[in-house]
Design a protein around this ligand. Structure first.
Ligand code: CTP
Length: 399
């Protein structure tokens, strides 16, 4: 297996004894045909020299101190756009702390902040530093941003102590990257549709009825599917969110448009219906603004249930159909009812009466109800990380 051929790796080396191992990492990556551009942080250049890095990578080595001549070329942007992934090895406690706060006081941290690529970190530090609550909290933040952590390992340390904190060996880091690119290659054959956000059902030209929904969870799922190689279409009601250009992004306003666009983008291997579709629409939309009368009679009719329609038409049905259930009470009973009535493979339910999760929040906590009666609770985490966990489960269904 060689999935690293022609891959572009942006390697950030931080200042730690393990920096010498990164030279071996570069050698192994080069052997597999990857292109490597390297950034040495200021302290890394005290452990290894730019000359040895350049000799092995056969590329220019970028130094940590802002070189204003280079910055005229906007290195921090061009380097992060150039790469397929960013690998930080070794990642020191200091760099982990800086990244968790979104600091950008040197080239390495600025690149990470400016990057839209998957970021891998191979930490290396003393065992006490590794175990320190501050370091663990910082790492947790990075995991919630969707960063991938490789290692560290348990063993004898350069400082003479023993424990967890040794940088993972270069050949194992390479194996992890191989697996990542292999997964993407396999998923490239798969097509995914995600619905997200609310729908707006107009009453007159200036008013509408809607459901509460920021669209964040659905967008994060679409982003994760896309970065895992799926050919992804996101059909979204009105939101304030921004998106990756690789996602096929279809903007809609109301449920009828969402339904039409979903049909237009079938067939698909997986469909994830995270949209908060309005259950009703206005029967006769006024073409002029309705005047402020003390009483107004609105005639509503039910919208089509997009999820139910698609999962009950065999010729349209994707292999994996996943619905969401936003509930304020009896979560389990309602979710199971939806799983059954909508003929889904999974229902992902959350309790929206809990204000710390769900609508508008960056956090979510869900329970997945599977068709085979299994139930899986996923504890509170960022919507980004939750999306990754859901997508990992989706991938395992296809491999
Ligand atoms: N859904 C849909 N089309 C609709 C309504 C809902 O595709 N017209 C999908 C949602 O995207 C979600 C699932 O059905 O995946 C459940 O949506 P939810 O709003 O929780 O439930 P409803 O079916 O609308 O039922 P209720 O409002 O009574 O809870």
């Amino acid at each position: 297996m060689n999935n690293l051929e022609n891959k572009k790796i942006l390697l950030i080396i931080c200042g730690g004894v393990a920096a010498y191992k990164s030279l071996e990492l570069i050698r192994l990556l080069k052997k597999r045909g990857a292109s490597i551009k390297t950034i040495l942080t200021n302290s890394a250049s005290k452990f290894i020299t730019p000359l040895s890095v350049t000799s092995l990578s056969q590329e220019k080595t970028y130094l940590d101190l802002f070189d204003f001549k280079n910055e005229a070329e906007m290195d921090h942007i061009s380097l992060s756009r150039w790469s397929d992934i960013v690998l930080i090895a070794p990642a020191t406690a200091n760099t982990i702390s800086k990244l968790s706060y979104g600091m950008s006081d040197d080239l390495a941290s600025t690149i990470v902040l400016a990057s839209d690529k998957k970021i891998f970190l191979a930490p290396a530090m003393n065992v006490r530093m590794w175990e320190h609550k501050a370091n663990q909290e910082n790492l947790n933040k990075l995991k919630n941003y969707g960063y991938k952590i490789i290692g560290p390992e348990i063993g004898d340390m350069a400082c003479g102590e023993y424990g967890e904190g040794k940088m993972t060996e270069p050949n194992i880091i390479i194996e992890r990257l191989e697996l990542y690119f292999n997964k993407i290659k396999k998923n490239k054959k798969l097509k995914a549709i995600v619905t997200a956000g609310p729908t707006h059902e107009y009453i007159d030209p200036v008013r509408y009825i809607t459901n509460k929904s920021s669209g964040k969870q659905g967008y994060e799922i679409a982003k994760s599917l896309c970065s895992n190689g799926f050919e992804t279409t996101l059909i979204s009601g009105p939101t304030n969110l921004k998106l990756d250009s690789e996602i096929n992004f279809i903007k809609v306003t109301n449920a009828d448009e969402m339904f039409k666009e979903t049909l237009n983008h079938l067939p698909a291997d997986v469909a994830i219906f995270s949209a908060a579709v309005s259950d009703w629409k206005i029967k006769n939309i006024a073409n002029k603004k309705i005047k402020k009368n003390p009483e107004v009679n609105l005639k509503l009719e039910t919208n089509i249930d997009i999820l139910k329609y698609i999962s009950n038409h065999n010729s349209l049905r994707p292999k994996l159909v996943i619905g969401f259930a936003a509930e304020t009470d009896d979560v389990e009973m309602n979710a199971k009812k939806k799983l059954d009535e909508k003929n889904c493979d999974w229902i992902i339910a959350n309790d929206v009466s809990d204000r710390t999760i769900g609508f508008g929040s960056d956090l979510n906590e869900v329970t997945i109800f599977y068709k085979n009666d299994e139930i899986e609770k996923i504890t509170k985490m960022s919507k980004t990380l939750l999306a990754e966990k859901i997508v990992e489960k989706v991938i395992s269904k296809f491999n």
